[in-house]
Write a protein that binds this ligand. Structure first.
Ligand code: UD1
Length: 353
């Protein structure tokens, strides 16, 4: 079996690592990196740490407005797909790289397999929501992490090729925890004590691009008595400069983006996590750390239903009081014992016969 995997942004490296490992144990995978994320700390460190093989094709697309970025990816992915034969194009998640991979495969009549299919925020103002909907509707195989995702697809009339496989990010998390986390080194370097700080991540366009929302989130973090560590996504750093915001008043510690192992270590020892990321909401519940999500809705409704995550929006006082009140609920978070990556690999194999 020959699979073309398309990745480009940080969360995709995390998702692709275990599937790539399973695939390469018995098949050929050609890895296409669109270049959407290009900084060493947003891309290279993930390839090294997660032992992802070097990309076979690096398209070097980089940043840009949505149309140009996605269009350039589409044209360059198409060239690669036309140059060789493939049984599947494998895409992950909901970024512009996902959309470009989906369209390139579908137009060339190569079966498209979407990992993390069926997620919905029902907010079409998010670029990720448009990417998910389009990718799902042109995919032949839809690998859903949750039953809610399966139900979302059913509601849109997509029932063929749908497989509930579990979450590949849990495979990556387990792999990394087994290898060990750099907890002591990281906490010492940041001068933090376990359970006595808040970890925050903010990068969604809807939060960074609106100066009032970003200022309000930062004010909510500033209002806390305990230290807050905020690894800065490049989009957020650029937005802080653009909006002339400077949250570093002593409580909020701005740091460079963390590697995957460092991030898990920072998550696992935090008292509370504040985030607008999808993946971090899930990791928080898997690591049994209460999460406060600064969005109006979430695709990962199970984390909220189980009591490990609360949605608070972006209002300063709502954030501060939710973080102060956050505590572990009685119920265990949703878990899955089997390996989603192996299931995906087996289903792909069964489809090529
Ligand atoms: C993208 C995804 C988002 C995902 C996020 C994870 C889309 C529409 N969005 O958002 O779903 O949650 O990745 O990180 O695909 N930049 C750098 N260096 C980099 C990468 C980006 O400086 O290595 C800067 C550039 O100024 C760029 C900005 O960050 O303009 C935004 O980057 P982009 O890849 O367009 O979107 P993300 O915000 O990272």
């Amino acid at each position: 079996m020959r699979v073309a995997t398309v990745v480009g942004a940080r969360p995709q490296f995390v998702k692709a690592a275990p599937v790539s490992r399973a695939l390469r144990s018995r098949h050929t995978e050609i890895l296409i990196h669109t270049g959407q994320h290009y900084d060493v700390r947003m891309s290279d460190v993930f390839f090294e740490e997660l032992e992802i093989p070097a990309p076979d094709h690096h398209l070097g697309v980089g940043s840009g407005p949505h149309g140009r970025q996605t269009g350039e990816m589409l044209a360059r992915i198409e060239e690669v797909l036309e140059s060789q034969s493939f049984d599947f194009v494998l895409i992950y998640g909901d970024t512009n790289s996902t959309l470009a991979g989906a369209l390139a495969g579908a137009k060339l009549h190569i079966p498209v397999a979407h990992v993390e299919a069926g997620l919905r925020s029902f907010n079409r103002r998010m670029p990720e929501e448009i990417n998910r909907v389009v990718a799902d509707h042109v995919s032949d195989l839809l690998f859903c992490p949750t039953q809610v995702a399966v139900d979302n697809l059913t509601a849109e009339g997509i029932t063929r090729g749908v497989h509930l496989v579990g979450d590949v990010m849990l495979d990556t998390l387990r792999m990394q925890v087994k290898r060990g986390l750099p907890t002591q080194r990281l906490l010492a370097s940041l001068d933090l004590q376990p359970q006595q700080y808040v970890l925050a991540t903010i990068h969604r366009a809807e939060n960074t691009d609106d100066p009032r929302r970003l200022a309000s989130i930062l004010a909510g973090l500033d209002a806390l008595a305990e230290p807050v560590v905020l690894p800065l996504h490049p989009r957020t750093r650029a937005a802080l400069d653009r909006h002339q915001l400077n949250p570093g008043n002593g409580h909020v510690k701005l740091v460079e983006p963390l590697s995957f192992a460092e991030m898990l270590a920072a998550e696992a020892s935090a008292r509370v996590i504040v985030t607008d990321s999808g993946g971090v909401q899930k990791e928080a519940s898997w690591l049994r750390v209460p999460c406060v999500t600064v969005r109006e809705e979430t695709e990962w409704v199970e984390t909220v239903e189980s009591g490990w995550n609360v949605l608070v929006g972006t209002e300063e006082r709502a954030i501060a009081s939710a973080v102060r009140a956050a505590a572990a609920p009685v119920a265990a978070p949703p878990q899955d014992e089997a390996s989603a990556s192996e299931r995906i690999c087996s289903i792909l194999e069964a489809c090529v016969g």
